[in-house]
Structures are given as C-alpha cells and as structure tokens.
Design a protein around this ligand. Structure first.
Ligand code: ARG
Length: 460
C-alpha cells in the first residue's frame, strides 16, 4: 500500500495509479541531496526547539547510516513508498523513532525543490569541469598546429585562407559562452526553498537562513509560492544544455565532414570510430555522429521542461514531478558528449597534405588580389569585378588564378610588380595580412590562445 495517503486515504492505490504515481525509480538519484536537506532541516528544528539536541543527533546519525546503505547498494527502494523522500523517511523512522518528527514544518514540495536545486548545482559544477577539459584539449591542439593552414569556409565553399588553430579557437569561443550560461544558471538557482512548506510556509519559526547557509545556498527563497512552484532554474539549465548540445553537434558535423575521404582533413582515432558489420573497409566517425544525434534529445528535454510549466497555475502542481526525466537525461547526455568529444579531438590527427591541397592556392587568394588592386588605387567594386574576370579566365583554362600566364595577371594593373603578384597569391602571406583583432594571423591566434588560457584558468 502506498504510504503517501496516510490517515486520510488509507486504501491501497490502484495498480495503474501506482505505475503513474511512483517516481522512486527516477528520483532515488536525488538521495544525496535529499539526505543533505534532511540533515540541515533536522538541525534547524533543533535550533528552534522542535527537536531536542539528542533527537536531532539521532536523526542525523540515522540519515548518515542510510546514506551508507544506499552507497553500498544495501538499501531497499520500495515502489509502494512512492518516492525518494518517503523511502528515506520511512527507513529513518524504523531506525530512529524521532524520525517521525523530521517532517515537522516541511512538505515534499519544498523538499523536492531543494533536492533539485542542490542536484542542479552539483551537476552544473561537473559539467563545468568537463567543459574545462574540452577547452584544454582545444587549446593544446591549437598550439600544436599553430602553423597548419586550412581554408576557411562560407556556405561550405572554400572562402579565404585561415589556420587550423583559428578554427579550433572558434569552437572554444562557443564553449566559453556555454560555460558562462552554466555558471549564470548555477548562480541564480542557488537559493533555498526549505521552509516554504507545501505552499504558504510554516507556523513554526523555522530558521530558514541557517538551513540555507548550511546547505551552501546564498539565501532562503523570498516567496514560498515561488519556491515550491517554480522550475525556471531547470528551464534555464536545460536551455543552456540545449544550446551547448547544439554547439557540440556543429563540432560533430565538422568532424564528420573533415573525416570523409573527400575532405580527409582529419583521422579520428580507432578508439572513437567503428567499422561496418558488412563493409570491411569502413571507418565511421561514430563519435561525431552520436554527438550530433544526441543534441536532438537534449533539445527535446529542454522543450519538455518549457512545456511542462507552461500555463501551470500557482502553487505546486503534480505535473512538476515530470521535470526530472528531462533534466537528468539532458545533463547526462551533455556530460557524455563533452567527454567523448574531448577524447576524440585529443586523439585525432590532422592530415597536413590534404589541408594544403584544399587550400589549392590561387582562387583562395582572390580577395587578396582585389585588396592589392585597392592598395594601388582601384575602387573595391571595380577591383572585385576585375578579379572575378580573372577567376573566370582561370576556370576556362582549368587552372587556379596563380597558375595563369603572368602576362594576363600583370595586365589587370600597370603597377603590379612580380613581387606584389607573388605576395597576393601566397596563402601564407594572405593569412599573415589578417592581423586585425579576431583574425587568423599567427600572432593574433597566439594571443587568442594565451587569452583563453587565462579566461578558462588553464595554465600551460
Ligand atoms: N514526487 C514529487 C515531485 O517530484 C514530490 C512532491 C510531491 N508532493 C505531493 N504533494 N505529492 O515533484
């Protein structure tokens, strides 16, 4: 029989209702937080004289014993006791009679809100750590490949010469903002619902501030209705995770493209790829595809959290029990993806010959040829037109513009010297010219890496 009916509803729940109602198979993941919250609550009750010091000590010891039982896998989770709260409380009461006093001035509504905030804070810190590791990998690889050039693409068409490090550092920038979103969400959610009770607080003079500070919260939540009925902290964390997952999917997509036979820019380690059960020659970029695919689920999780709370009246509604599967899944998905990508990027190898071939010289420098004409006094629009004609001519001959007969190149401007022509066709020179803030010139990328090391707190 479900215990939650208590004296009011002594009849057993219908089996179908139990299946819908019980959440212990999911919320038992919150046991650490639930026990921490109960310990803080028990001590708070002792401070206001609701529990004697001895009772509080017995309760704390009982809760610590339960934590050990759960950790060792000895705890019996009972679906008839519905959720993590009732399972732990009923075991506590069996161990310590004073356990029956623990729920004084408390409701499962403020209890679950507290557990979730503690959980979200802990997971955000783990995610931060994983992101830090991924950033460290990107910075290290960017440093290693500082001199490796590659095309920069727009519309997935070769656009301008750039460097591999500049590209890796672009990924790092996305992740840096993701870190900011996670930290911001974690900071904002760090308030204590305990003492809000079911909806309108408690008649006991609970030490809300003391309990909040014992749990490492910044302050007690200011409004008991809000404290128990709001889950925007999960929408926020879920949204930050969805954005992060989308970013990981973009990195994944690039790794898929780069590891094709057609591009051949990188080779993923065997530890992150699989072969085909049918085609023995295959080496599939599974890690990148799975990360790309997993983002779909994380987006779905964020949407679930938004829709769950949409139009929900105040205060607590049981709908809110459904917040756990999506946020648990989103956090786990993103952690797994960040860690797998870290390993894949850490262990992949770049193919310098293929990157060089993709640069293909010539056309890649078309902007630089136009810029050279501008320096000789030609308005940019006219220069653009002239170089466009040069590219068309090269395509007629089936060559890159740097392979055109020099006489045809020189003909585009009377002041073009051999030296100027060589420089405007050189991809190295083209990248080095891009010295502006945020550009791919070697010195700028070196600075970007150094700056990122400081921001992420990653020493060399
Ligand atoms: N299992 C509930 C949840 O996850 C806890 C609060 C239940 N409150 C209640 N009145 N039934 O939201």
């Amino acid at each position: 029989m479900s215990v939650s009916g208590g004296g009011r509803l002594p009849a057993a729940l219908d089996a179908a209702m139990t299946a819908l109602n019980a959440s212990v198979h999911i919320d038992s993941a919150l046991w650490r937080e639930d026990i921490a919250g109960s310990i803080a609550h028990a001590r708070g009750l002792a401070r206001i004289g609701v529990l004697s010091d001895e009772e509080a000590q017995q309760i704390v010891a009982g809760l610590q014993q339960i934590a050990g039982e759960i950790e060792r896998g000895e705890f019996h989770w009972d679906v008839d006791k519905e959720d993590v709260h009732m399972n732990i409380e009923s075991r506590l009461t069996a161990l310590v009679p004073a356990g029956a006093k623990l729920h004084t001035g408390r409701s499962r509504n403020d209890q679950i809100a507290t557990d979730l905030r503690l959980w979200a804070r802990r997971r955000a810190a783990e995610l931060e750590q994983a992101l830090l590791e991924l950033a460290g990998v990107l910075l290290r690889r960017a440093e290693e490949h500082l001199d490796l050039l590659m095309p920069a693409y727009t519309h997935l068409q070769r656009a301008q010469p750039s460097r591999v490090s500049h590209h890796l550092m672009a990924w790092q920038e996305l992740l840096w903002r993701d870190l900011g979103r996670l930290r911001d969400a974690a900071r904002r959610l760090n308030e204590s619902p305990l003492g809000a009770g079911a909806v309108a607080g408690s008649g006991f003079a609970l030490d809300r501030a003391g309990v909040a500070s014992e749990l490492g919260f910044e302050r007690p939540m200011r409004n008991s209705l809000d404290a128990t009925a709001s889950r925007d902290f999960l929408m926020e964390l879920g949204s930050a995770l969805a954005i992060l997952a989308v970013h990981l999917s973009r990195i994944g997509e690039e790794l898929v493209i780069w590891s094709t036979e057609e591009f051949g820019f990188v080779r993923l380690s065997d530890r992150f790829t699989t072969s085909s059960s049918m085609m023995p020659q295959k080496k599939n970029p599974d890690v990148a595809e799975l990360v790309r695919g997993r983002a779909a689920r994380v987006i779905g999780d964020a949407v679930s959290l938004l829709v769950l709370e949409k139009s929900l009246s105040f205060g607590y509604g049981r709908d809110l029990q459904e917040d756990k599967p999506p946020i648990f899944a989103a956090a786990e998905s993103v952690l797994v993806c960040v860690r797998a990508l870290s390993g894949a990027i850490d262990s992949m190898t770049f193919n310098a010959a293929r990157l060089r071939a993709a640069l293909g010289a010539g056309h890649m420098c078309a902007t630089d040829v136009a810029d050279q004409l501008v320096k000789l006094g030609v308005p940019f629009r006219n220069a653009h037109h002239t170089v466009g004609a040069l590219v068309r001519r090269a395509e007629e001959l089936g060559v890159q513009i740097d392979q055109l007969p020099r006489s045809e190149v020189r003909a585009i401007h009377p002041e073009l010297t051999e030296e100027l022509i060589d420089s405007m066709f050189s991809v190295e020179a083209a990248v080095e010219r891009r010295q502006g803030i945020g550009g791919p010139a070697r010195v700028r990328v070196q600075e970007a890496i150094a700056d990122a090391r400081v921001r992420w707190g990653l020493s060399e």
